[in-house]
Design a protein around this ligand. Structure first.
Ligand SMILES: Cc1ncc(COP(=O)(O)O)c(C=O)c1O
Length: 321
């Protein structure tokens, strides 16, 4: 039997012999087809950050923090990487730590979701679970306490205060967005966690294109379900956060973000996390105020990590046979 010649697609740039950390960055820019602004002259594009090997945008700052610490001599092979993280940065540290031969200890709230904890353990990280009532702030206080008690043992990465966090986005995320839009971007929308994404991309865009408007997004209340996001008025404010960089700020409610997670999955086939959906809700709100424009936002991570969240159960359920 003669087989047809296989139709080969052109060879990818990523051929062979790459280490896992070399897969960080260079993520695609996605255009949604159905969940779009009513005004056709306004376009929304989203950076598909779950394409990073650790599954989230946080691979970028974690890798830059580790490289910078190696260069400055603060991280040596005998040290354990320590930080507070609600999940994604921890997964990035755990993955990179495993790849580079470092032990990793992470402080995170006891109620962080199970998928995240399992992923962290899968990469061999040690978990220190903190009081869920204090949310991510409780984890920050615990990491500070561990470091103060044993400063020689740990490299305290301190993503909330480490400039290598936002600098990662300045050097990579911001540059990629500028290039991928061919300079067409008019607005950048991103939620605030450590604020590294917003500060880094924002400063890069200010530098190359001062006319681009920078819009930050926050949860609309202190008790919210936008995992990874901070309600700055009531939280420990990250040292790297500089509110004056934003041209304007938008707030998003948890329920609106949950509804958008489901819509993105079912109407676009894009299964992303809650902060990504919140970024899209904010971008659509912004779009309503514009005559024309190209809004770029961030889809921070993949929705697989949130499948055990209760909002998925608020459904009629599958029919019984
Ligand atoms: C799911 C998720 N989205 C968004 C962010 C926010 O990113 P940044 O810390 O750069 O503000 C985080 C940060 O931890 C996160 O975990």
């Amino acid at each position: 039997m003669t087989l047809p010649e296989p139709k080969l697609s052109p060879p990818s740039v990523r051929t062979a012999e790459l280490s896992i950390v070399e897969l960080i960055g260079n993520t695609p820019l996605l255009k949604l087809r159905k969940i779009v602004p009513a005004n056709p002259r306004v376009e929304i594009l989203a950076k598909a950050e779950w394409y990073n090997p650790g599954g989230s945008i946080k691979d970028r700052p974690a890798w830059n923090i580790i490289q910078e610490a190696e260069r400055s001599g603060r991280l040596t092979p005998d040290k354990t990487i320590l930080d507070a993280t609600s999940g994604n940065t921890g997964i990035a540290y755990a993955m990179i730590g495993a790849a580079c031969g470092y032990r990793v200890t992470l402080c995170l709230p006891l109620n962080a979701n199970e998928e995240r904890k399992s992923l962290l353990r899968a990469f061999g990280a040690e978990l220190v679970l903190t009081d869920p009532r204090q949310s991510s702030d409780g984890a920050i206080l615990k990491a500070r306490e561990l470091f103060a008690a044993n400063p020689d043992r740990y490299f305290y990465a301190d993503q909330y205060n480490n400039p290598a966090n936002w600098q990662a986005h300045y050097a990579s995320t911001g540059l990629e967005i500028w290039r991928q839009t061919g300079g067409r971007i008019t607005h950048f929308v991103a939620g605030l966690g450590t604020s590294g994404t917003f500060m880094g991309v924002g400063r890069y865009l200010r530098h190359v294109a001062p006319h681009v408007k920078l819009v930050s997004m926050q949860p609309d209340s202190p008790f919210h379900g936008l995992e990874g996001m901070k309600h700055m008025e009531t939280a420990i404010v990250p040292g790297i956060y500089e509110p004056s960089l934003a041209d304007s700020a938008l707030e998003v409610g948890t329920e609106d973000a949950h509804t958008m997670v489901k819509r993105l999955a079912r109407e676009e086939g894009v299964l992303v996390g809650i902060s990504s959906a919140a970024n899209l809700v904010a971008s659509l709100k912004l779009a309503e105020t514009l005559d024309e424009g190209v809004i770029v936002t961030i889809f921070c991570d993949n929705g697989d990590r949130y499948l055990s969240d209760r909002f998925w159960e608020e459904e009629t359920g599958d029919p019984a046979i």
